[in-house]
Design a protein around this ligand. Structure first.
Ligand code: AP5
Length: 239
């Protein structure tokens, strides 16, 4: 199925743009799906984890304060993350929509986002929840490998191996494991997800925004399902 094309007649900002959130436990496949969806719908992609890792790499003040939390698999404090994300959402290239991955991760962050969008007369289109049971997560995360040139090039040693061992198919760069993908940290990341992030499921469900996807299907099947759902939402908004 091809991606829906933007409407020529834009009825109003609040209903014509695609403002999407990807939600799900660590390793659910949010980054994998984001890499496909942003091309389908031509959306700016904002991934808090990637942004924080870049800040850590550059040794910025923000990166240094985030690192100790990330190294434990804990959430970085709201004061570090909220301003960084709202600056992006309010920025020019997100005016026609965005795909958020990794934010919000708590009800406090969700309320901050709602406030910011409300002030701009904007609203969320949908929250795309990718569901994967805990027992599958450890296997997924331990096999994940990322490209050192572009973290959006994501592989798995079994489910999605590169053509040449340890080398990215797209830009020939080395593949590495993420620091927080060590097995001893994964359980804490899952605990943090269940205690602090999963309350967002009822939060968005009550607002009629939640769409659920079976993340145990193949990446292509998950993608087909999400893409069809988002295309339908866009069409409904344009009616
Ligand atoms: P972040 O980078 O956001 O990590 P995460 O949410 O734990 O998610 P992951 O990137 O681990 O997984 P994913 O769902 O993207 O899965 P992927 O597509 O790679 O955050 C890292 C840290 O930053 C946090 O712990 C926190 O400290 C901090 N942080 C970030 N945002 C924050 C916020 N808002 N507030 C506070 N702190 C914040 O897939 C995983 C693997 O599975 C891959 O190998 C892939 O190939 C494979 N795979 C994908 N789909 C499938 C499939 N359908 N079948 C089989 N295998 C699959």
């Amino acid at each position: 199925m091809s991606a829906a094309s933007p409407s020529a007649a834009q009825p109003s900002r609040a209903v014509s743009e695609l403002n999407l959130i990807l939600l799900g436990p660590p390793g659910a496949g949010k980054g994998t799906q984001a890499d496909r969806l942003r091309d389908d719908f031509n959306l700016p992609y904002i991934a808090t984890g990637d942004m924080l890792r870049e800040q850590v790499k550059q040794g910025t003040e923000l990166g240094n304060s985030a690192k100790e939390y990330m190294d434990r698999g804990d959430l970085v404090p709201d004061e570090v993350i909220i301003g960084m994300i709202l600056d992006c959402v309010n920025g020019g290239n997100c005016a026609d929509g965005f795909l958020l991955d990794g934010f919000p991760r708590s009800v406090g962050q969700a309320e901050a986002l709602d406030d910011a969008l409300g002030k701009l007369d904007r609203k969320l289109t949908a929250v795309l929840l990718i569901e994967v049971p805990d027992e599958d997560i450890v296997k997924r995360i331990s096999g994940r490998r990322l490209c050192t040139e572009d973290p959006n090039h994501i592989y798995h040693v079994d489910a999605h191996p590169p053509k040449k061992d340890g080398v990215c198919d797209i830009d020939d760069a080395q593949l590495v494991q993420r620091d927080d993908d060590k097995p001893e940290l994964v359980q804490n990341r899952l605990d943090v997800y269940h205690s602090q992030t999963s309350p967002l499921i009822p939060f968005y469900d009550e607002r009629g925004l939640l769409r659920r996807f079976d993340g145990t299907r193949s990446p292509t099947e998950v993608h087909d399902h999400i893409r069809a759902t988002v295309a339908t939402l866009r069409l409904e908004d344009q009616l």
